[in-house]
Design a binder for this molecule. Structure first.
Ligand SMILES: NC(=O)c1ccc[n+]([C@@H]2O[C@H](COP(=O)([O-])OP(=O)(O)OC[C@H]3O[C@@H](n4cnc5c(N)ncnc54)[C@H](O)[C@@H]3O)[C@@H](O)[C@H]2O)c1
Length: 259
């Protein structure tokens, strides 16, 4: 077990990529704080983990509300004694053409994906510095953060910001033994894809499901990603195996963005 004795916070852990990573971290011996907006969703995910023999508990936190961040950290410390790992994953998708984009669209995505992630990272890092024994922070970006794409003006810019923040945070936190890295998923089959498929389909005049079906055929690896495809990199970046690695964002995308 690669994470025995560690305490991990997984934001957006109630479903999708976050839930898969939360389950895998627990299998690797970590105690997992499952974080999402609704307490019932957090509790359901934590119950799934504990019924499989893992250690987990749920704590509700809307990451776009910065006033909730310290309370989250304090609650995890109270329940589990410390914070060793942050899987900084909570996020939403929204596709807009630049010419139609409003401030409301921008704030919806950036408040969660960028501001929320930035200050979660800061609060977790402050706690890790206080503890004095290092830590691991993994920011979840996207292939959309690697290059511009139609409809991805605000979402893609936000994910690119995360790649940048990962580098700067890593340089500033290395002296504290805190490794900051990231993962840039490609196309992963989660609930998020209902909206991605609909919005891209509307833009291209395609039937529901068509965008997703077509993409499935053009992933170089040969298939759409599944949430379990993310867990190996997530464990690697949280474990001692990545000790000499900081400031990197790994493309875990079936080859969609060659590195
Ligand atoms: N699915 C993909 O193809 C894909 C590709 C690239 C990047 N990503 C990124 O991966 C991450 C996870 O996405 P997913 O596909 O698992 O999505 P998902 O919709 O299945 O899960 C998102 C999770 O984030 C939580 N969340 C959303 N807003 C929140 C908030 N304000 N506060 C707290 N929690 C909040 C949701 O409750 C949920 O648990 C996101 O950051 C997303 O941008 C996904």
């Amino acid at each position: 077990m690669k994470l025995a004795g560690k305490v991990a916070i997984v934001t957006g852990g109630s479903k999708g990529i976050g839930l898969a990573v939360a389950k895998r971290y627990a299998e690797e011996g970590a105690t997992v704080a499952v974080v999402s907006r609704k307490q019932t969703d957090c509790d359901a995910a934590a119950a799934e983990i504990t019924s499989a023999g893992g250690k987990a508990f749920g704590i509700a936190c809307d990451v776009s509300d910065l006033s909730q961040h310290q309370a989250l950290i304090d609650a995890v410390v109270e329940k589990a004694g410390k914070v060793d790992i942050l899987f900084n994953n909570a996020g939403v998708f929204d596709a807009r053409l630049l010419l139609d984009l409003t401030e409301e669209h921008w704030d919806y995505v950036w408040d969660i994906n960028v501001k929320g992630a930035a200050f979660m990272l800061q609060k977790a890092a402050q706690q890790m510095v206080k503890q004095g024994h290092g830590g691991r922070i993994i920011n979840v970006s996207s292939e959309a953060g690697r290059r511009g794409a139609r409809l991805c003006f605000h979402y893609g810019a936000g994910k690119a910001a995360l790649i940048h923040m990962t580098q700067t945070a890593a340089f500033e936190l290395a002296e504290h033994g805190i490794n900051v890295n990231g993962i840039a998923p490609g196309v992963i089959d989660t609930d998020m894809w209902v909206k991605v498929d609909r919005q891209f389909g509307e833009d291209a005049g395609k039937e529901p499901g068509q965008v997703k079906a077509e993409l499935d055929k053009i992933v170089p690896y040969g298939r759409f990603g599944v949430v379990e495809d993310m867990t190996g990199a997530a464990v690697f970046l949280a474990s001692e195996d990545s000790e000499y690695m900081i400031a990197q964002t790994l493309n875990v995308d079936g080859g969609r963005v060659p590195g």
